[in-house]
Design a protein. Structure first.
Lengths: 272, 276
């Protein structure tokens, strides 16, 4: 499957030429020999939100899990191709997976704060990288909670259990927790699908702001959401039992003048 | 009119409760009268017909301490290995699981014979509190491992994946997240294990021995509480009164441990998930 450039994207790529955070080439993943997706090539530019859309079961989540090698944890899972972060292939045998996961943060579909206090949730990854100084930790806790707009809501109860927060607050806490390590890239796997519309809207606004400092790759089932928050958009589809990237380009192009008939049918709500 | 099946289940529940109450009542009726501070602290006289259970309580606690001191670290280690470092489906994990289940079902007298042959003779520890405690440790290990493993497996994979995605090391994930979450399971195993150890007679006859003197070290022989009850009621004529009193002490001990454990679990779960 080739990635077609949409013709309506008149701006030549060299014009803005944003830095590329991650280059993915011919990536594939199989569970016990059955390909979930294959032959996916994609470049993720810095300070943009890239959305991946497509129907369920076409390999989007599996694709994300390759990018921080969380796929290593799934038994019977094999991958092929290359994923370059700062020019280095993260699939290399000698890559420090723990260090990689600090550079590539991940937000899950279901908010998964640890059963600890709000503060401790943020403190845990910091301690892991050796930040123990109380005032430094305090400063970072405040910074990340402000970044996700949670500071005013929880500043008086940092010691309260994180699980006592509402779903939307929990998800923002998870984002804050991922930001503590200042990752190069944030992977988000349908971060709003477990939230009510209002909480979902808050998280969406947050993602749109995050791109000023971070790069985001988000998987979503919600086409309207992809259209609202993403700069670039990729469409996954299943062909012959294996998922793949059908088309990728500027979000506007994907929705206005898609080149692939499958994309056209999907974004116009005729399929999928 | 209540239906027949409702009557049946209520009847069954009532019967169980009645048996339990009768047992407790009988014990209290016969035993409570003898219990006072002197009984708890003084040494048995006249083969236990008179006097108290002081040295026997001390021996029991020492045996229990040895047993738990050895089995808890080993058991938690094994449980972590089974649930975190071996795949559930792997043949090795399954084999270990099966052997643990078989081990848990082995009659305690067999453990007693094994302990006697191995700890007392081969390792040369003799009839001692140490031998008894180690034998009991072998016996409660399967219970402890299974309960802790269940506790760890019940922790959703979300936690493991979330921790991995944050770049937390395996050790930190284990100690900061998984073990605290599995603590209630561990505690259940601990209570079951202590219960089994406290109730044990057969495994201790051949290992920690029969001597009812105050133990001076772990290498001394010491008589456990349940063994004392067994001896008084089976071998000593006229020992029934003190056997009842000792049984009351044993039951109260078990109840206290049980209640403490469930109280701790309750507090723990409350503190972790709700507003403090």
């Amino acid at each position: 499957m080739s990635v077609l450039a949409s013709p309506c994207c008149s701006t030549p790529p060299e014009a803005a030429a944003p830095r590329t955070v991650m280059e993915i080439e011919r990536l594939g993943l199989a569970y016990h020999g059955a390909w979930a997706f294959r032959d996916v090539s994609l470049q993720i530019p810095a300070n943009t939100v890239t959305a991946l859309i497509g129907p369920s079961g076409c390999g989007k989540t599996s694709f994300l899990s390759c990018l921080n090698r969380l796929s290593d944890l799934i038994p019977g899972c094999t991958t092929e191709g290359s994923v370059r972060l700062r020019g280095r292939d993260i699939r290399d045998r000698d890559v420090d997976v723990v260090a990689l996961r600090r550079q590539v943060g991940m937000i899950f579909q279901k908010p998964n704060p640890f059963a600890l206090s709000i503060r401790r949730n943020i403190e845990l990854p910091l301690r892991e990288i050796g930040v123990r100084d109380r005032s430094e930790v305090d400063a970072i806790v405040e910074r990340v909670l402000r970044e996700v707009g949670l500071w005013e809501e929880v500043k008086d109860r940092l010691q309260a259990p994180a699980l006592a927060l509402s779903g939307g607050q929990q998800q923002r806490l998870c984002i804050a927790r991922a930001l503590t390590l200042q990752p190069e890239l944030l992977l988000m796997d349908e971060p709003c699908s477990a939230l009510d519309p209002i909480a979902s809207g808050v998280v969406e606004d947050l993602i749109a702001q995050l791109k000023q400092r971070y790069s985001v790759l988000i998987v979503t089932h919600n086409l309207a959401q992809a259209r609202r928050i993403s700069d670039r958009c990729g469409v996954f589809w299943v062909r012959g039992g294996t998922g793949g990237l059908v088309e990728c380009g500027e979000t506007g192009c994907i929705f206005e003048c898609p080149t692939d008939p499958v994309t056209a049918a999907y974004v116009q709500g005729r399929r999928g | 009119m209540p239906r027949f099946d409702a009557l049946l289940v209520h009847g069954a529940a009532l019967t169980v409760a009645a048996v339990f109450c009768w047992l407790l009542g009988d014990l209290a009726w016969h035993g409570l009268g003898q219990i006072d501070w002197t009984f708890l602290t003084s040494a048995p006289r006249d083969a236990g017909r008179a006097g108290g259970i002081g040295p026997i309580l001390v021996s029991t606690m020492l045996i229990l301490a040895v047993c738990m001191g050895v089995s808890v670290p080993l058991g938690v280690g094994a449980a972590v290995f089974l649930s975190e470092y071996t795949a559930t489906a792997s043949s090795f994990g399954r084999a270990v699981g099966h052997s643990l289940d078989v081990l848990a079902g082995i009659p305690s007298i067999v453990f007693g014979l094994f302990g006697s042959a191995f700890f007392c003779v081969v390792l040369g520890l003799g009839f001692s509190i140490l031998s008894g405690g180690l034998t009991l440790a072998c016996m409660v290990l399967p219970i402890l491992i299974r309960a802790t493993e269940e506790g760890l497996r019940a922790v959703p994979d979300d936690v493991r994946h979330g921790a991995a995605a944050l770049g937390l090391s395996r050790t930190r994930t284990l100690f900061s997240l998984l073990l605290p979450a599995a603590a209630p399971g561990l505690l259940v195993g601990l209570v079951l294990g202590i219960g089994r150890a406290l109730a044990e007679t057969a495994a201790l006859i051949f290992t920690s021995g029969y001597v009812d003197r105050m133990p001076e070290s772990l290498m001394d022989s010491g008589r456990a509480l349940s063994l004392h009850i067994f001896d008084l009621s089976m071998n000593i004529s006229g020992g029934n009164a003190n056997a009842y009193a000792s049984a009351v002490v044993l039951v109260v001990l078990l109840l206290a441990i049980n209640l403490t454990a469930s109280w701790i679990t309750g507090r723990w779960l409350h503190r972790r998930s709700f507003v403090v």
